[in-house]
Design a protein around this ligand. Sequence first.
Ligand SMILES: *Cc1c(COP(=O)(O)O)cnc(C)c1O
Length: 367
Amino acid sequence: MIPILDLQAQYATIGAELETAVLAVLRSGVYILGPEVEALERACAEYLGVPHSVGLASGTDALRLALDALGVQPDDEIITTPFSFIATANTISRAGATPVFADIDARTFNLDPEDVARRITPRTRGIIAVHLYGQPADMDALLALARQHGLWVLEDACQALGARWRGQPVGTLGVAGCFSFYPTKNLGAAGDAGLLCSTHAALVERVTLLARHGSRQRYNAETIGYNSRLDALQATILRVKLRYLDRWNAARRCIAEHYTELLRDTPVVPPYASPAAWHVYHQYTIRAPERDALAAFLADQGIGTMIYYPVPIHLQPLYRHLGYQPGSLPESERAAAEVLSLPIYPELSDAHLQEVVRQIRRFYGIG
Ligand SMILES: *Cc1c(COP(=O)(O)O)cnc(C)c1O
């Protein structure tokens, strides 16, 4: 069995350290917010090179609260990619605004800035860029467009903590960065958790206020808030793991490089990495002829794969009313039909990697 991701393999390497940290929190009696969460917020801000970050209950909440803090209104349009996890778009709808989908770049799977430009209207307020699979979107072009039209760019960096664009950490290039610590992400908690960072102190302050019931002081609510607290157990786990993140991301990059080298003379298209991007390979995603048959064949050989994402968001039932049709966003739809993510995690052995490639070659009959 070669799973697509093996969290037990990671636990085997740092379990003792995690257990010590978790026990200390259990014994402390402080379980929600408190010094562990503050320490994580400082550690993440330092890691990202920004003055402020705020721990939240999930990556979805980071997006949702960011849109609220940015003052998104019901008549607003926000441009984003349909080739992402549903949370990118439905947080726009939750804010009362309308998601406007632009197509993706065929090579990077990220927003195509030229298509974004075509979809800007007088109602457009901002752009949510997703750094899909751990690769930064084209932030030069997106930020230039935003400047030209008076928009903001919010970064959905949920898959990309540690990735960089021209050397700068993603999440720090736009108006704010949203991160998820869902267990399968490159930095994963043992439950749900998220974080928002920004170079704008007022924005982080506003998100903090919203996430804490709209109250700075108890029983003195200033605005309609939410409960999006981070708990101390997740924070202490994340603080231990953050110290390993760069090593883990480097290991992912090595694995990706090796896959790409070994897949060179096969019919599959390995992922493209932009020279401006420091890709952290949350997923190693190929385009594969006869994708579904390949996935089934690999499953029979005990090799785990996943399709991220089989149905682009503009064609999911919740957005039927927006009027997109099959063919509306051809590159996103083609990607949905062709992509396959292969096993990748820092502990993946070279023997297993070679076995995955050997089976892919067998499938295509190239021994
Ligand atoms: C994981 C993810 C989210 C949501 O994060 P949660 O912590 O699961 O709420 C949002 N956007 C993208 C691109 C993601 O991968």
